[in-house]
Design a protein around this ligand. Structure first.
Ligand code: APR
Ligand code: PHB
Length: 385
């Protein structure tokens, strides 16, 4: 079997790459380890930057997103018994975010690829990449896929990055001493906008998926088990961390999904080796506090598509050779922002009184200085493409 680009992983990165390449007349095969139902139902993040929305709309996969996505032009920072709005509409008037579940993006992309006759394979076992220097190919379940280029879109735990010879990559990483318990509940959102709450009991986030579905996160110990969080405990803790301003009551309802996600920062440099190019979580991870993971994956894929289009049209590898260098400045901007948002809003076990006062002072600065708020807003909605 032969294709131009062998794509490993059917997350947002692999699926969007396959679709954008198709629009440029470039063939690809997507190899995914899990089932279609699994990738379509996996609850992940849900904040799309303007550039991400624009990319999906321009690619013809934005119809449902424009209909069902929830546009937001601000977020709330809640701490010290008060609510503070970061007004994107005033600070970055040309850009806003759209709340739309990542698994909905995945469903839309799978539907588009299948409608166009795309070759997507699910439940593919034992994927391995070979011949990265001269003769790239992918083996899986006794079969062989020959390709000119391999795209590693297989997330943090995939096989692509580990197949790069030792000594090539420089890895930068940071673990955090906490995780997030994520909860999806059948209850209308209790506020119109996302609420990022800093609380002595730990961080909490109020988000949403639709007028009838709310999404919440709680900072929990790194080894927390969702089984130790019965619904009553989840609601009691969310109330304790969010009902801290006058007049705010958290509406409760049926919890339909619950899971613990680790928090990690990670970058592997360069994001390429030979004819293998890494995109999305395969190359970098951010903690979810800045809502950047999906948006970085989409931005990687946009740049990689341009480089591949030039390569297949002219034979020039100039843009492909520069792929990693083109992406890393933005990857690191998102790394810093995500680390900063995480540090600003969470409690740390080794915090002393001084550390807590510093954190509160910084929150006061961000919510009272227009310049500081604009920095947060610009990074949150996404730097211009
Ligand atoms: N063989 C085939 N597929 C694999 C393999 C493998 N060995 N290992 C992992 N995969 C698949 C996973 O099952 C998953 O479907 O690769 C896919 C990677 O998708 P994601 O983890 O969603 O990563 P990515 O596409 O880079 O999306 C960016 O942004 O919101 C964040 O972390 C969140 O997933 C999100 C990411
Ligand atoms: C979400 O809605 O899932 C969400 C929102 C904001 C974040 C992270 C996740 O920072």
């Amino acid at each position: 079997m032969r294709t131009q680009v062998g794509i490993i992983g059917a997350g947002p990165a692999g699926l969007l790459l396959s679709h954008l390449l198709h629009l440029r007349g470039i063939s690809s095969v997507v190899l995914e380890r899990r089932s279609r139902a699994h990738v379509e139902q996996r609850v992940r993040a849900g904040v799309l930057e303007q550039g991400t929305v624009d990319t999906l709309v321009a690619a013809g996969v934005g119809e449902r997103l424009l209909r069902e996505g929830l546009p937001h032009s601000g977020i709330e920072l809640r701490y010290g018994g008060a609510a503070h709005r970061i007004a994107f509409d005033k600070l970055v008037p040309d850009r806003r975010i759209t709340v739309y579940g990542q698994q909905e993006v995945v469903k839309d992309l799978i539907a588009a690829r299948l409608a166009a006759g795309g070759d997507l394979r699910f439940e593919v076992p034992d994927v391995a990449v070979h011949g990265l220097g001269a003769e790239p190919h992918v083996s899986f379940g006794g079969e062989r896929l020959d390709c000119e280029v391999i795209a590693g879109c297989d997330g943090f735990h995939g096989v692509s990055r580990p197949s790069i010879p030792e000594g090539v990559l420089t890895v930068y990483e940071r673990d955090y001493p906490f995780a997030w318990l994520g909860v999806l509940a059948r209850v209308p959102p209790s506020a119109g906008e996302l609420i990022y709450a800093r609380n002595e009991r730990g961080f909490a986030l109020h988000s949403m998926r639709s007028p009838a579905l709310s999404r919440f996160y709680l900072q929990v110990p790194p080894d927390a088990d969702a089984g130790d969080w019965p619904d009553e405990r989840v609601w009691a803790e969310l109330k304790a961390r969010l009902e801290t301003v006058p007049g705010f009551t958290l509406a409760t309802g049926e919890i339909v999904e619950k899971g613990v996600a680790p928090m990690r920062s990670f970058v592997a440099e360069p994001m390429q080796y030979g004819r293998l190019y890494l995109a999305g979580d395969a190359a970098h991870i951010v903690p979810p506090t800045g809502a950047k993971g999906l948006n970085l994956a989409v931005a990687d894929v946009r740049v990689l598509t341009e480089a591949l289009a030039a390569f297949f049209a002219t034979g020039s590898a100039r843009l492909l050779d520069g792929y990693s260098a083109a992406r890393l400045p933005r990857v690191w901007r998102a790394q810093h922002f995500s680390w900063w948002m995480t540090s600003l809003l969470h409690t740390f076990d080794d915090d002393d009184a001084y550390a807590r006062r510093l954190q509160l002072s910084h929150l006061d600065y961000v919510t009272s200085s227009e310049a500081a708020a604009a920095t947060l807003a610009e990074n949150y909605v996404g730097m211009p493409w």
